[in-house]
Structures are given as C-alpha cells and as structure tokens.
Design a binder for this molecule. Structure first.
Ligand code: ZN
Length: 339
C-alpha cells in the first residue's frame, strides 16, 4: 500500500477541513454527509449535516441551539477513545476552550494530524483542560496570533469586576459575555472568588447556563434580569450577564446607572473597548494568546504547522524562524463569535 499523503488525511476545502481517507469533514461550514465537530460555537457547529460525531456535551449544545433535528443522525464520542473511520483512526481529546470542546486527532499510514479547533491553555473551571498530543502536523487556530496579545491572569480580571462592585455599590454592572462558554466562565469564576449573591441573566443566557449546570458546572443562585416584578433600584450593585451587543443599548437603561463591562480577549485593544462603549474592559479569553500558541507548538514539536483562521501570517513567520515549516490554510467561515 502506498504511503498516505498528509493531504489525503486532512485537506482544506471550501466546506472546511476534509478527510479523503476517512470520508468526513471537520467543523464544516456547509452541509456535508459526515461531520466531526470540535465544539458548539455556531461557526464550528452548524445544523444540517447528514451525521454528526461530537462529544455528548457538544451534541447537547447543538440540540439546545438548533433543536433535536439538527442533523440526520448524531453519535457521541468518548474522549480519548480511538475509533476507525474509513482508512483513518480518530480520537477526540479535550481542547480547554468551552464545555465539551475537543481536538480531533486523525491518523493514517503512520502520520498523525491534530486539528485542535479552538483552544486555550489557561485554567477554566467550566471545561476539561487541553491535552497536548504530540503529532506530525499540528493544525492551530490564530485568533490572537500577534505578539501584542498577551492575556492577563483571568483571576485578576475578575478581581477588577469585584473591585468595581465594591467601589460603586449603587450601580448595576452589566457584563457582556458570549452565551456559550464566556458567560458561564465569568459566573463560575465569580463564585470561586467568593461572590455568592444572585447573578442576573439576560433571557438569551438562560438555556445554556441551565445546560452547564446539568453537566455539573455549578453556577450558584441565578435569576432572570427582568424589571417587571420589581423596581429599577432592585438592581443596585447587581451583576447582570448579557450579550455584548446589549451593554450600550436601550435594554441597558432599565438598570441603575449601569457600568458597561465586556469580557473578551479583544478588550486588550483599548480602542475596541472605547468603540463598544465599554467602561470596564475585562480581558478574558477562551482562545490561546501569543505565548500560549507558540509554547504549544514548541511543546508538541510537530514537523509542520497548518494555521487556520485568525491572524495567520505572524504565526507562520514565527514557525519558520523556529525551523518549523508552516502554512496558512486560508479557511473562511470561522468568525470570532467565541470571543
Ligand atoms: Zn470557539
């Protein structure tokens, strides 16, 4: 049998990464017969595939977002368990990004490729930590692949929020956070820092917070952020979690003198915070920063690096300067939703 070329194991196509040897796609952006999904963010997990293979948590997140009929069929994988798909051996391993997130390890003909999806290396109390898998080819994201992106310690950012709450006990603190992952991480970190008061949720946050709780991530007392039953003053000193798009909008004005906060890796860029009307930026990211990206590549020691979405050029150059052949895959259809 001829040696399997890496391009036959995984190759970028307009529909996403495709495995010819396994006859499947990873995180396809268009409907395909067989999809392997790394995690539940909407740019990676789309509805309408023939069959879907993902972790149980990711399948639950997809069902919560798209309804039970999100795919023709769905099968849950067990992390760390290798299965045969066509001519390939496939293993899902934790990615440390959000609940249920996984890297997908694809092997054939003695070559191992790791498609890491989105990942981070910082501690996150709401999901399993990233498992480093040594490989021949490492496919990495590049959302924050510029040396300017160095995320501060997450606890320090939560500390800023707590300090502001203490300083402005009469003001509501509106924390903009994406509904899958970031919202639950902020809540869980507040609890770990000793904050035990009720935390109020925008309606769009409730379903996924409940799902996290059912999956064993305790979030403490939660309540809907509705003023119908009370007065504006009831939210004095309260923490309200809402979509980032709401923090500077009409919806925010129902709360007393709101402090607009936004938990995102992009808050590292002062101008971006200003443009979004953010008073208290919290630099909290579910993606690897520059140091995490480069340290991960150094740790795994791949013979080659493929870079998917984000700021590919700087990371490709870093790899080349370090003697590792690298190329951008120019994948389209993956947004920054998770941030
Ligand atoms: Zn993501």
């Amino acid at each position: 049998m001829p040696a399997t070329r890496p391009e036959d194991i995984l190759c970028p196509t307009p529909a996403g990464l495709r495995s010819k040897a396994g006859d499947f796609h990873i995180d396809p952006t268009r409907p395909v017969p067989k999809a392997l999904i790394t995690h539940g963010h909407s740019d990676h997990a789309r509805a309408g595939h023939g069959s879907v293979l993902a972790t149980r948590e990711t399948l639950r997140i997809m069902a919560a977002r798209y309804g039970e009929g999100f795919a023709g069929s769905a099968e849950a994988v067990t992390l760390g368990e290798t299965m045969r798909i066509g001519e390939t051996a496939v293993t899902f391993q934790p990615a440390g990004h959000v609940l249920g997130s996984a890297q997908i390890v694809v092997e054939a003909g003695g070559t191992r490729i790791v498609a890491s999806g989105d990942y981070k290396r910082r501690a996150d109390p709401t999901c399993l930590p990233f498992v480093p898998v040594p490989c021949d080819i490492f496919i990495t994201e590049a959302t924050f692949a510029l040396p300017v992106f160095r995320h501060p310690e997450p606890q320090a950012e939560i500390g800023k929020l707590l300090a502001s709450l203490a300083q402005f006990p009469e003001r509501a603190h509106l924390v903009g956070a994406y509904s899958l992952g970031k919202a639950q991480r902020v809540i869980r970190m507040l609890r770990d820092a000793g904050y035990d008061r009720p935390i109020y949720l925008h309606g769009s946050m409730e379903k996924l917070c409940r799902l996290y709780e059912e999956e064993g991530v305790a979030l403490g007392p939660l309540a809907p952020a509705t003023v119908a039953s009370g007065k504006k003053g009831d939210f004095a000193g309260a923490v309200v979690i809402c979509p980032p798009s709401e923090i500077a909008e009409r919806w925010a004005r129902r709360f007393p003198d709101p402090v607009a906060c936004f938990a995102s890796g992009w808050m590292r860029i002062r101008q971006r915070a200003r443009q979004a009307g953010v008073e208290l930026p919290l630099v909290l990211s579910d993606h690897a920063d520059w140091d995490e990206l480069t340290a991960t590549i150094a740790e795994l020691g791949p013979q080659e690096v493929w870079v998917t979405h984000g700021r590919e050029e700087a990371l490709v150059r870093w790899c080349e300067l370090n003697g590792i052949p690298a190329r951008p895959l120019h994948m389209v259809g993956y947004e920054d939703e998770a941030e």
